[in-house]
Structure formats: structure tokens, C-alpha cells
Design a protein around this ligand. Structure first.
Ligand code: A3P
Length: 320
């Protein structure tokens, strides 16, 4: 019997196999759809994006957490989940919290995976519904674009995103395929050929809308979140509609969320086991630092990437 993913692949493949194609980072090829590269045969892929566009219905109270892979998706999922559900777990033993027992990816789904489910993730009573997505802004389903639902975008320095992606991709390639060389990966990144990329177009898409509609899109950076986690978590909670009360602040609830979702804790919880799709939990936790690119890129590579970023982000005051 075919899996839902295989059925979707069959349904959409006649359309996307004609699209421009490039060699992928992990296992499958990348296809260019609506100006962006997407994997195939994956839970977040060209076929699940197309199916999501065809059938997904947004609710006005939904919140979407949008990122490029390796920009802090796992961290943002954990933070949003911990913030929104804090009262549900406050009187229970801390060790029973879902984030102490499971990967953040199991706690908060990608909207792209809803089309693969027999039953939707959220019952109607759960408000707000929280979804992550890697979709570029312009490819979001019309029902999201037309609704008043809010979005959080987390962006990360492209040099660190590249280094993170390179290590992630090679760790997943395993023995099935030759490892990618650093130079090969760098060229592909600079050409924009990464899952859900080009990097700059993805960031620009959300950044532009966040300037036009600041109450609709909260634009965060991984670097700010690292530098001042506490204040960014408070900002996120307010945006998600559940600000910390004075009483909570006094009791140290903000700090509890910060340390529950911190790299040290989550990397320890996720040392073993794997997601249902087979990716080991620890693959999502490598260094968790700002500026690790300095340990990997040559000076020239760093300058080249900075030059591209300057050209692409010219008029915007993005801290990169
Ligand atoms: P590095 O490879 O630089 O360490 P994503 O979740 O979008 O796949 O991004 C993964 C990156 O976020 C990895 O970066 C990972 O280590 C880092 N990361 C994961 N959880 C984190 C956390 N709780 N705090 C900070 N960084 C985290």
C-alpha cells in the first residue's frame, strides 16, 4: 500500500518533473517552483507545497512560524509551543513536559505535513493553531494570504545558515551517497540552490511584508534571539496573544521557558531517538552558536557571501 506521500508524489509529479531541476543537498533532486527550490519525496517538498496550496484552509486565529531550514526552526517551534501551552503544564511535574520528552518537531507540525494526515493535527477547540512552514511568502496558500492570521519569521545570518545546512545535509547523506564537498555546497548556496531558497529571496519576501504590515508579521533574527533571549521571548509571547503577566515575570516563568527551550537542555533531551521520518533527533542540534562560520569559511568565501548579501539586501537595514 502506498503512503500518503507517495500518493501525493504520483498526483503532482507530471507537473513538477517538467520544472527546472538541480542536484539536491540531501537525497532527492530540487525542483524550481514559483521561483524557489523545493525537495521532492519529502514531508516538506514540492508536492506537499502544491497540495497545501490546493487544499489547506487557514483559520483567522492561526499563527505561522516561517523559516528557512537551519535558521532556528526547531528553537522557534519549542519557544512558541512552550509559551502558548505554559498553563497546561504548570502544575505538572516538569519532567512530563512534551519538550522534555520529545523533539520540538513532534510538538508543533509543519503546515506542509497537514495534507499527509488522515486526521488534522488540531481539533477545532485548540486556539491558536500553531504551524511552522518553510514556504516562501509568495507561495503560501491563498487562504493564509487572504486571512488575518499572523506570522512570525525567523531569519539567520546566511554564512551560519550555509555552514549549518552543509553539516546537516552531509549527516543525512550517510552511506547512501558520496558526501558533498564544502566548496560544492558553497557554490550551490551562492547560486541560491538550497531547499526553499534562494536564501535572500526567502528572507526578502517576509521582510518586505513585515515592514508593510508590522502587526501581522513579527520579524525575528536568530542572532537577536541568542543575544537577548528573555526580551525576545516576551515579545514573542505578546505577539502570540499570551503575554507574560507581572506575576509570571515575578515568579521567573520567562526564565523557565528560556531554559526549557535552550540549546543545552534540548540537545540533551534529543541525544537519542529519531523522528518518524527517520532523521535522528540530534541532527537538529549541532553547535547552536552565532558566528560558527568563522571556523569553516575561508576569508574569501566569507567576503564573497557578504558581497552577495549586500547586493540582495541593498536598501534594507537587515542586521547580517
Ligand atoms: P548549527 O548547525 O549552527 O548548530 P533548524 O532548526 O532551522 O533546522 O536550525 C538548526 C540550527 O539551529 C542548528 O544550528 C542548531 O544547532 C540550532 N539550534 C537548534 N536548537 C537550538 C536552540 N534551542 N537554541 C539555539 N540554537 C538551536
Amino acid at each position: 500500500e502506498k503512503t500518503n506521500l507517495a500518493l501525493l508524489y504520483d498526483r503532482y509529479k507530471d507537473r513538477f518533473i517538467t520544472f527546472p531541476k538541480e542536484k539536491g543537498w540531501m537525497t532527492e533532486d530540487l525542483y524550481m517552483y514559483q521561483g524557489f527550490w523545493h525537495q521532492s519525496k519529502n514531508v516538506v517538498s514540492v508536492e506537499t507545497v502544491m497540495a497545501t496550496q490546493d487544499s489547506f484552509k487557514a483559520h483567522p486565529s492561526d499563527v505561522y512560524l516561517a523559516t528557512l531550514p537551519k535558521s532556528g526552526t526547531t528553537w522557534l517551534k519549542a519557544l512558541a509551543f512552550a509559551i502558548v501551552n505554559r498553563n497546561r503544564y504548570k502544575n505538572k511535574p516538569p519532567s512530563t513536559h512534551p519538550l522534555q520528552n520529545s523533539n520540538p518537531h513532534n510538538c508543533l507540525p509543519f503546515v506542509e505535513t497537514e495534507v499527509l494526515r488522515t486526521n488534522p493535527t488540531y481539533d477545532n477547540a485548540h486556539t491558536p493553531r500553531l504551524y511552522a512552514t518553510h514556504m516562501p511568502y509568495t507561495s503560501l496558500p491563498q487562504s493564509i494570504l487572504d486571512s488575518s492570521c499572523r506570522l512570525v519569521y525567523m531569519c539567520r545570518n546566511p554564512k551560519d545558515v550555509f555552514v549549518s545546512l552543509f553539516h546537516f545535509a552531509n549527516s543525512l547523506r550517510g552511506q547512501s551517497r558520496d558526501l558533498m564537498t564544502f566548496e560544492e555546497g558553497f557554490d550551490m548556496f551562492c547560486k541560491g540552490v538550497i531547499p526553499n531558497g534562494p536564501y535572500w529571496d526567502h528572507v526578502n519576501g517576509y521582510y518586505k511584508v513585515s515592514l508593510e504590515q508590522p502587526t501581522r508579521i513579527l520579524f525575528l533574527t536568530y542572532e537577536d534571539m541568542k543575544m537577548d533571549t528573555r526580551n525576545n521571548v516576551k515579545l514573542l509571547a505578546k505577539f502570540l496573544g499570551c503575554p507574560f503577566t507581572e506575576e509570571e515575570e515575578g515568579k521567573g516563568v520567562v526564565e523557565e521557558v528560556v531554559s526549557l527551550c535552550g540549546f543545552e537542555n534540548l540537545s540533551e533531551v534529543n541525544k537519542h531517538g529519531s523522528l518518524s521520518i527517520g532523521i535522528p533527533n540530534h541532527a537538529f542540534f549541532r553547535e547552536g552558536k552565532v558566528g560558527d562560520w568563522r571556523n569553516h569559511l575561508t576569508i574569501e568565501m566569507g567576503q564573497n557571501l557578504d558581497q552577495i548579501t549586500k547586493e540582495k539586501f541593498h536598501s534594507w537595514d537587515l542586521l547580517l
